[in-house]
Design a protein around this ligand. Structure first.
Ligand code: ABU
Length: 318
């Protein structure tokens, strides 16, 4: 059974929680509804399970750690879905429960976001200028201090892929590299993209050696993947109308999908061409309308955090 948690914070929305609940069927819908009721009846920022008794920290746990997600496609067991209402940095809620049950808990460096972190002269108007600067690896953020968004990383077992973007700098990438070494290798990859910000509508890994690569934003290191035997799939042009309001996102949210397991994907109900593409790859599509959440910022991959997937740590990149 899939467990869905709803958390307020960032650009994550309640609508997505309802949608995902509806999509997964009655059991999960009931859970989401109970969660929503609980949210309405409490001022606390998040909701936790009601059936779990308060637990003390014990020495058990590593073997049944509640947090474990080695890649983007292993069978999904627990997922956090964000809520947009009262979005803010959420207080600790499920983290404490996970920690009690054995999860390793790390807080990444929190940028001060001082003026020095931003290039005050960065050209925000002309796309040509931004293309030129992006080609030189220059973006609106400087290297004043580490900063990164997790959404600029993609997981594939022992290999992680990250882009230097408007919101992720090389110091942030280096922090992640040192933090995860030597078990994991962090590869910096780049794209022909004047405004990179979150990799999951650009290069979305959907299976072992299988990646959706945005044809508008070619990957400059694609040969590295081809040599490793990966299959590169170019998704079709999105169908979302040009006048559909989007926040900090592009129409390529169509490829911002969530894998439920290797053979099932959650995809926008309106994006029929990418649905056909998935079916031709032997991947069953679970169709959910998410366009209203697109307007708040992001697609399925953005709105969710896969807390636990069933699977083992492997290498898919040699
Ligand atoms: N945050 C994912 C969307 C980024 C993009 O549209 O390229």
């Amino acid at each position: 059974m899939l467990r869905v948690r709803c958390l307020r914070g960032g650009s994550r929305g309640a609508e997505a929680a309802h949608l995902i609940g509806a999509m997964f069927g009655r059991a999960v819908t009931g859970w989401v509804q109970r969660t929503q009721r609980a949210l309405q009846s409490t001022s606390s920022a998040a909701v936790a399970e009601t059936h779990l008794e308060d637990e003390h920290v014990t020495e058990h746990a590593q073997q049944d750690c509640p947090v474990s997600s080695y890649n983007e496609w292993d069978p999904l067991e627990e997922v956090i879905v964000g809520l947009a209402e009262n979005a803010r940095v959420p207080p600790f809620t499920v983290e404490v429960k996970y920690f009690r049950r054995g999860a390793k808990w790390t807080t990444a460096p929190k940028p001060t976001m001082s003026d020095e972190l931003y290039d005050q002269d960065y050209p925000i108007r002309t796309v040509e200028d931004r293309h030129k600067l992006a080609a030189q690896g220059k973006f609106v953020t400087t290297e004043h201090e580490p900063c990164f968004d997790a959404a600029d990383f993609m997981r594939a077992g022992r290999d992680l892929f990250v882009q230097r973007s408007q919101v992720t700098n090389y110091m942030g990438i280096e922090w992640m590299r040192r933090h995860l070494a030597p078990e994991y290798k962090v590869h910096v990859i780049s794209f022909k993209d004047p405004n990179p910000m979150h990799i999951d509508a650009t290069f979305n890994i959907i299976g072992p050696g299988l990646v959706l690569s945005n044809p508008d934003r070619p990957c400059k290191q694609i040969d590295m993947f081809k040599k490793a035997g990966w299959t590169i799939v170019k998704p079709p042009t999105p169908l979302i109308p040009d006048d559909h309001p989007l926040w900090m996102s592009s129409k390529w949210l169509s490829m911002n999908v969530l894998m439920l397991d290797e053979k099932r994907v959650m995809v926008d109900a309106n994006e029929t061409t990418i649905q056909k593409m998935f079916e031709s790859l032997g991947i069953k599509t679970v169709k959910v309308s998410i366009r209203h959440a697109n307007s708040l910022g992001g697609g399925f991959h953005c709105w969710t955090t896969d807390v636990r997937r069933r699977g083992t740590l492997q290498s898919y990149f040699h």
